[in-house]
Write a protein that binds this ligand. Structure first.
Ligand code: IMP
Length: 454
């Protein structure tokens, strides 16, 4: 597959339910790219980049922005809250990062209005026990308006007055819904309008048609990194619907979001934890609600970066990963947080699900009620009970850890090309001698270890 793919471009997506450690992988790979592109979601995503002694909290802007040579793009499939984006820009600029000349926002991106946030909260409250557990950033309501064809797009930011007028029209309709359907407080329109107009005036210089600019990088064979937010299992169409986000987390969405031919997309790396976590509601077949789950949460520091919520934790689900590999067309897996399993005597992996009648299936069904009746079929592997944190070569991993990685590869049917053994950038190594592994080594720059053969 790799031979006829554009050598310059690589896509990194989440292979589970988000929070797989994409932030660290993308940050690592951004060191030598010319362009970094976020193509879906908004400030429901979030990660902290640690650089020297500084911390940067990023929600909209690709972490490539930390590297001075990288141009950063935000695609049309993103939802943008103008005030929040400005806050992120200001905080980066305050820390000496030059943002305004290197950041570009698709004129076709959807705007999140203050009333979208209010509606997100009100709808979640109304769902009661069936709540999705959204991040309450207004993501779903903004995408809903897009599908309903009444959303405002970023092109309006270049005309703040017109933007303010249109925003008031839409927010008036939202306020009616807040009051009548949810008995909730309406949003103050005058303040909202003033803030939106002020934000628009400052964001206007970023707004552009991004497709031709991205194609120019690709034409010049410059490395380009597309980063998907959330993960395959949270994809609006392929995930565990309705417990999903409202955008596509799959690699093909990068082409749609940027307005570039799908043929220009290169290989895809799916980031997967060595176990699984999920925040919010929805099915999670391998969830551990016992001491083992608590151990993973504590050792893996599994608390949300955007909302601070404790994450649900469980064993690696190879059936879900197999599905993610198929629908995401994964060329390689970046396996993260292997060291979190260091203290365990035994490790379980779900290799399929068993129906009450005894039949076994190898991928999750789309019907969540059916999924709830299935039991994971586990295989138990020995733990390694030794410290792997910071290990930088496959030979230095304990035999059981190497066997664990090989087992996952066989089960998922995709090679592991990158292994992360700690939170720091350097605590990562590329695996194997495939073209993809070489590309990763080249992009990471800092990963100058010799090729790790098996
Ligand atoms: P929304 O994207 O805020 O509408 O939330 C929908 C679902 O996706 C909820 O279960 C969220 O917890 C989940 N979600 C959204 N963004 C992320 C993320 O970046 N990481 C993990 N879960 C997320």
């Amino acid at each position: 597959m790799e031979s006829n793919q554009q050598p310059g471009s690589l896509t990194v997506i989440g292979g589970q339910w988000g929070d797989e450690g994409k932030g660290k992988i993308v940050d690592l790979l951004s060191a030598r790219v010319a362009a970094a592109i976020r193509y879906n979601g908004g400030n429901n995503a979030g990660h902290t980049v640690k650089f020297a002694d500084r911390h940067f909290a990023l929600h909209f802007i690709p972490s490539g922005i930390i590297h001075p040579q990288v141009r950063c793009y935000m695609g049309s499939w993103m939802v943008i809250d103008p005030k929040e984006l400005l806050g992120e820009i200001d905080s980066l600029q305050d820390q000496g990062i030059d943002v305004m000349r290197r950041l570009f926002l698709s004129e076709r991106a959807t705007i999140i209005l203050p009333t979208h946030r209010a509606l997100d909260g009100a709808r979640e409250a109304a769902r009661g026990a069936g709540s999705i557990g959204t991040t309450k950033r207004g993501i779903g309501p903004a995408y809903q308006d897009r599908a309903q064809r009444r959303a405002l797009t970023a092109t309006l930011l270049t005309d703040p007055k017109r933007f303010g007028e249109r925003a008031v029209q839409v927010m008036t309709a939202h306020n009616r819904e807040l009051e009548l359907l949810y008995d909730a407080e309406p949003v103050g329109l005058d303040t909202a309008r003033d803030e939106l107009e002020a934000a628009a005036a400052r964001l206007a210089p970023l707004v552009t048609e991004i497709g031709p600019k991205i194609l120019e990088h690709l034409t010049h064979q410059e490395p380009v990194l597309f980063e998907g937010a959330q993960g395959v299992m949270l994809d609006l169409f392929q995930g565990t619907y309705p417990f999903v986000t409202s955008s596509s987390c799959l690699p093909g969405a990068a082409a749609i979001s940027c307005g570039i031919p799908v043929q220009t997309l290169g290989p895809t790396v799916g980031v997967m934890k060595a176990y699984v976590t999920r925040v919010g509601g929805g099915p999670f077949p391998t969830e551990l609600t016992n001491a083992a789950g608590d151990h993973l949460r504590k050792r893996g520091n599994e608390f949300g970066t955007t909302t601070g919520r404790p994450r649900r934790c469980g064993w690696f689900d190879a059936a879900a990963a197999r599905f993610a590999a198929r629908v995401g067309g994964l060329d390689g897996i970046a396996l993260t947080k292997l060291d979190v399993l260091d203290d365990l005597d035994e490790i379980q992996v779900a290799v399929g699900y068993r129906h009450p009648d005894g039949t076994i299936i190898t991928e999750p069904p789309s019907d969540l009620e059916k999924l709830a009746t299935l039991d994971p079929v586990y295989e138990t592997l020995p733990g390694w009970r030794s410290n792997t944190a910071g290990t930088l070569e496959i030979e230095s991993l304990p035999a059981q850890a190497r066997a664990y990685i090989s087992f996952l590869e066989r089960q998922v049917g995709v090679p592991v090309v990158l292994v992360s053994t700690g939170p720091r950038r350097k605590e990562t190594f590329a695996l194997g001698d495939s073209n993809l592994a070489s590309t990763l080594r080249r992009l990471a720059g800092g990963l100058d270890q010799p090729i790790q053969k098996r």
